[in-house]
Design a protein around this ligand. Structure first.
Ligand code: 1GP
Length: 251
C-alpha cells in the first residue's frame, strides 16, 4: 500500500463499497517463512482486504524483515496485530493499537501502550486504536492465558455491549470481538448483532471461524470485518480463501 494513505480510512471505504471486509491473519510462529510469504501473496491476489501479522508469542526471529518482505509482495495493507510491544515494525502500514478492555489487567489496558506509543511516533507507523474484547469460546485461549484475564461470557451480550460502548466513548476507532485463535466456538451471531446495533464504530470479529458460511452469518449479524487465521494455515482446501472473500463481500 502507498505510504501516507490512512489504513483506517481505507477500511471505512472497504466497508462502504463491499459491505464488509476480510482480514487474513498470519502468525509468524505457525508456518515457515516461505509459506507465510506465499499465503500473503495469495491473500492479496484473491481479494482479501488486509493482512494482519502477529501472534501471542514470537518464537521465531526476523519479525521486522518478515513484515518488510510481505509488504514488498502485496498490494493490500500490512497491519501488525501485536501480542506485545516486541511486535512492532517500521515496515508495517499500520498497527492495531489494542487495549484489552474485556480484562482488568492494567498492563494490557495501558501499560504496553505507554511503552509502544513513543516507538510508533518515532517510526511513523499509523496506530489504529482498537478496543480488544476476549469472548469465552469453549476453552482457555492463548490470549487469555498470556494476558491473565478472564473473557466475557459468550451468553452475556449486555456486558459486551457496555464494554464496546465504553470503547467508543473513550475514542477508540474499532472494536475487536475475539474468541481466540483456534477457538472451539466463534463469537455468537446474537452477541455480534446486539453489539453492532448498540455502537457506531466498526466491529472486527475473529477466532474459530472455519467456514465461509460462519463468516457470512457474522457479517449478516453486523460484523464489519472478519478475521481468519488457523483454517488457512492448514491448507487442506486451496480455494477456501476465495470462498471466504466471496462470502464476506456484498452480503
Ligand atoms: C485470532 O481472531 C484471530 O486472534 C483468528 O483466529 O486462528 O481461529 O482463525 P483463528
Amino acid at each position: 500500500m502507498e505510504r501516507g494513505v490512512s489504513v483506517y480510512h481505507y477500511l471505512l471505504e472497504v466497508r462502504k463499497k463491499r459491505g464488509a471486509g476480510y482480514f487474513v491473519l498470519l502468525d509468524p510462529d505457525k508456518l515457515p517463512r516461505t509459506e507465510l510469504l506465499a499465503l500473503a501473496e495469495k491473500a492479496s491476489d484473491e481479494g482479501a482486504d488486509l493482512l494482519l501479522i502477529g501472534g501471542s508469542l514470537l518464537l521465531n526471529s526476523g519479525f521486522d524483515e518478515l513484515i518488510r518482505d510481505i509488504r514488498d509482495r502485496v498490494r493490500i495493507p500490512v497491519v501488525v496485530f501485536p501480542g506485545n510491544t516486541m511486535q512492532i515494525s517500521q515496515y508495517a502500514d499500520a498497527i492495531l493499537f489494542l487495549s484489552l478492555i474485556s480484562g482488568r489487567n492494567a498492563h494490557f489496558l495501558i501499560g504496553e501502550q505507554v511503552r509502544a506509543a513513543p516507538i510508533l511516533e518515532h517510526i511513523g507507523v499509523e496506530p489504529i486504536s482498537t478496543g480488544y474484547m476476549l469472548i469465552e469460546s469453549g476453552r482457555q485461549t492463548s490470549a487469555e492465558f498470556m494476558s491473565n484475564t478472564r473473557p466475557i461470557p459468550r451468553d452475556k451480550p449486555d456486558i459486551a455491549k457496555a464494554t464496546a460502548l465504553a470503547a467508543e466513548y473513550l475514542g477508540m476507532r474499532l472494536v475487536y470481538l475475539e474468541a481466540g485463535s483456534g477457538a472451539l466456538q466463534p463469537v455468537d451471531p446474537v452477541m455480534i448483532r446486539e453489539v453492532a446495533d448498540y455502537v457506531n464504530i466498526p466491529l472486527i470479529v475473529g477466532g474459530g471461524i472455519r467456514t465461509p458460511e460462519q463468516a457470512r452469518e457474522r457479517v449478516q449479524a453486523g460484523a464489519s470485518f472478519i478475521v481468519t487465521g488457523n483454517v488457512l494455515e492448514e491448507k487442506t482446501n486451496s480455494s477456501l480463501m476465495k470462498e471466504f472473500v466471496d462470502a464476506i463481500h456484498d452480503v
